[in-house]
Design a protein around this ligand. Structure first.
Ligand code: NAP
Length: 504
C-alpha cells in the first residue's frame, strides 16, 4: 500500500515537472510584458544539436518589432530609475528565487537547445542565477561620494545614476549566464533591458522572461526580441543606433563586437564588449602535473570546448612535455563520453551547429596538413550524432597553423613545447586576444612574475575554472572592453554625476 502511494506521488511529481517544463518553453517573444508574435508572422526553428529535432518555433522579429521593445523599455525606465534600491533589490531577489525553483527545467531547456550535457546545464543555471543573486545584493551598494571642496562655501557631491535603456546581445554558448550577468547588473543599477539572444538558443531567454513575469516584474523592464541569423544584423544595428538606447552590452565573436563598436560610435553609446579569447595554458617544469592535467580537462572540455575562456594553446615546458601529453591523452580517452547529453553518463556533447563543426574540422585538417602529430581523435564522430567531433590531441604545433592563432571553440587540444619562461610568455602574449590565461607552477617567484606579465584580463594560477559572480570577468586587447560580475559589473550601467552645491 505504502509502495503504491509512493509510486503515485512520483507519477504526480513527474507530471507536474513535465507541465512546468512545457510552461517555460515559450514560442512567443516578450515585449512590454506581453507574449508577442513577429509583425510579419514569421517564425524560425529552434533545433536540438544532438538529433536535429525541432524543439520549438519562435518569432523571427525584425526592426519594427525591436523598436516596440525599445519603446517599452524606454517607458519603463521613467519609473524604474526612481524605484528605491531596496525595492529593486527585492524584485531581483524574487527573480533569483523563481529561477532557483525552476532550475531543473531551465537546465533541460538549455540542453535541448544547446546540446550541453544536462549536468553542465544545471551548473550553468546555478552559475547564471548567482549573478541575479549577487546583483540583487549589489543594488543596495551603488554609492556616491562627498569630496572635500577647495572653496569653503561649496560642497562637491558625486552620485551614480542608471544610464537608461540597454541592449543586451548574447551568444549561444551560455544561454542563461550571458544574459543574467548583464541583466542582473543593469536592472540593479536602475536600467531597463532589451535582450537579443542568439538564434540557436532563444528558449532559455524566453524562459527567463517567463520567470520575470512570475517574479512580478513591471512591464517593459525585461524584453526579449527573438530573431533569425538573417535578421540579427538589422536588429543589432537598430539597437546600437536608436537614440532611446543608452548603451549596449555584447558577448560574442570579436568580428561582430567590432561592428557593434562602430555602430555605437555615431551615438557615442556606452559599450561593454565580452569577445573571443585565445587562452594560453602554460605548464612549467615545477608544476604538479596531475593537477595541471585535471585543470586542462576542465578548462578545455567544458561545453565541448565552446567556452570563451577555454584553454586554446597548451604550452608545456620541455622536461614535463611527454609526461603531460601522455597523461592528458589517457584522461581524454578514459573520461570523455560522447552521446545523448540528457543522459548522465555522457559528458561531451555535440558542437552547436554545422558551421561550427566545419570550422573545428578545418582547423584540425590544416594543422595535420602542415605537419602536426595526431595522438587521438581527428575525425567527426558521426556515429554518435551529426554534429559530434572526436576529442582530439595534437602536438608539433607551429605558428603558421590556424590552431596557433585562432579560437578553436571545439574539443581539440594543441600542445606546444617551450624551453624557457621568457619563451612561454612570448608565445602566450603573441596574439590579438587577451581574455583568460592559465599557468601551473609551484615556484612562487615565477607565479608572481608570470601572473603580472600575461597580457590577459583573468589569470588562473594552478586552477582551470575561474569564473564566479564575485570576480570581475573581462579581457584586454581585442577580447573586449569593461568588466562583468563583481562590484565593477554595475559600473557599465551607471554614469557619474557631479553636483556642486554652492553658497553654503
Ligand atoms: P556571434 O556570432 O558574434 O553572435 C553573438 C550574438 O550576436 C548572437 O546573438 C548573434 O545572433 C548576434 N549577432 C551576430 N551578428 C550580428 C550583427 N551583425 N549585429 C548584431 N548582432 C549580431 O558569436 P557566437 O558565435 O554566438 O559566440 C561565440 C563567440 O562568443 C566566441 O568568439 C566566444 O569566445 C565569444 N564569447 C565570449 C564571451 C566573453 O565573455 N568574452 C563569452 C561567451 C562567448 P545570431 O545568433 O542570430 O547570429
Amino acid at each position: 500500500m505504502l509502495c503504491h502511494l509512493t509510486a503515485r506521488r512520483v507519477f504526480i511529481f513527474k507530471q507536474f515537472m513535465a507541465a512546468r517544463y512545457l510552461s517555460l518553453v515559450q514560442e512567443k517573444a516578450f515585449v512590454n510584458g506581453v507574449w508577442t508574435e513577429a509583425k510579419s508572422g514569421t517564425t524560425f526553428d529552434v533545433v536540438n544539436p544532438y538529433n536535429q529535432s525541432v524543439v520549438a518555433k519562435v518569432p523571427d522579429m525584425s526592426t519594427g518589432d525591436a523598436e516596440k521593445a525599445i519603446n517599452s523599455a524606454y517607458e519603463a525606465f521613467r519609473t524604474w530609475q526612481n524605484v528605491p534600491a531596496k525595492e529593486r533589490s527585492s524584485l531581483l531577489r524574487k527573480w533569483y528565487q523563481v529561477v532557483d525553483s525552476n532550475k531543473e527545467e531551465l537546465a533541460k531547456i538549455i540542453t535541448a537547445e544547446s546540446g550541453k550535457p544536462l549536468k553542465e546545464a544545471l551548473n550553468e543555471v546555478l552559475y547564471g542565477n548567482s549573478f541575479i543573486e549577487w546583483f540583487s545584493e549589489e543594488a543596495r551598494r551603488i554609492h556616491g561620494e562627498i569630496i572635500e571642496s577647495p572653496v569653503g562655501t561649496r560642497e562637491i557631491m558625486v552620485v551614480k545614476q542608471p544610464i537608461g535603456v540597454v541592449g543586451l546581445i548574447t551568444p549561444w554558448n551560455f544561454p542563461i549566464a550571458m544574459i543574467t550577468r548583464k541583466a542582473g547588473a543593469a536592472l540593479a543599477a536602475g536600467c531597463t533591458c532589451v535582450v537579443k539572444p542568439a538564434e540557436d538558443t532563444p528558449l532559455t531567454a524566453l524562459a527567463l522572461a517567463k520567470l520575470t513575469e512570475e517574479a512580478g516584474f513591471p512591464k517593459g523592464l525585461f524584453n526579449v526580441v527573438t530573431c533569425s541569423r538573417d535578421n540579427a544584423p538589422a536588429v543589432g544595428k537598430l539597437i546600437c543606433e536608436s537614440p532611446k538606447v543608452a548603451g549596449i552590452s555584447f558577448t560574442g565573436s570579436t568580428n561582430v563586437g567590432k561592428l557593434l563598436y562602430k555602430q555605437c560610435a555615431q551615438g557615442v553609446k556606452r559599450i561593454g564588449l565580452e569577445l573571443g579569447g585565445n587562452a594560453p595554458f602554460i605548464v612549467f617544469d615545477s608544476a604538479d602535473i596531475q593537477k595541471a592535467v585535471g585543470g586542462a580537462m576542465a578548462s578545455k572540455f567544458r561545453n565541448c570546448g565552446q567556452t570563451c575562456v577555454s584553454a586554446n594553446r597548451f604550452l608545456v615546458q620541455e622536461n614535463v612535455f611527454d609526461q603531460f601529453v601522455s597523461m592528458l591523452k589517457q584522461e581524454m580517452v578514459q573520461q570523455l563520453r560522447l552521446g545523448d547529453t540528457t543522459k548522465p553518463e555522457n559528458n561531451l556533447g555535440p558542437l552547436i551547429n554545422q558551421p561550427q563543426l566545419e570550422k573545428v574540422e578545418s582547423i584540425v585538417k590544416d594543422a595535420l596538413q602542415k605537419g602536426a602529430n595526431l595522438h587521438v581523435g581527428g575525425n567527426r564522430a558521426s556515429s554518435v550524432g551529426p554534429l559530434f567531433y572526436e576529442p582530439t590531441l595534437l602536438t608539433g604545433i607551429t605558428p603558421d597553423m590556424r590552431c596557433y592563432n585562432e579560437e578553436i571553440f571545439g574539443p581539440v587540444v594543441t600542445v606546444i613545447k617551450f624551453k624557457s619562461e621568457e619563451e612561454a610568455l612570448d608565445i602566450a602574449n603573441n596574439t590579438h586576444s587577451g581574455l583568460a590565461g592559465y599557468f601551473y607552477s609551484s615556484n612562487m617567484a615565477q607565479v608572481r612574475r608570470v601572473a603580472k606579465q600575461l597580457c590577459v584580463g583573468m589569470v588562473g594560477i594552478n586552477e582551470g575554472i575561474i569564473s564566479t559572480a564575485e570576480a570581475p570577468f573581462g579581457g584586454v586587447k581585442e577580447s573586449g572592453i569593461g568588466r562583468e560580475g563583481s562590484h565593477h559589473g554595475i559600473d557599465e550601467y551607471t554614469f557619474i554625476k557631479y553636483l556642486c552645491v554652492g553658497n553654503l
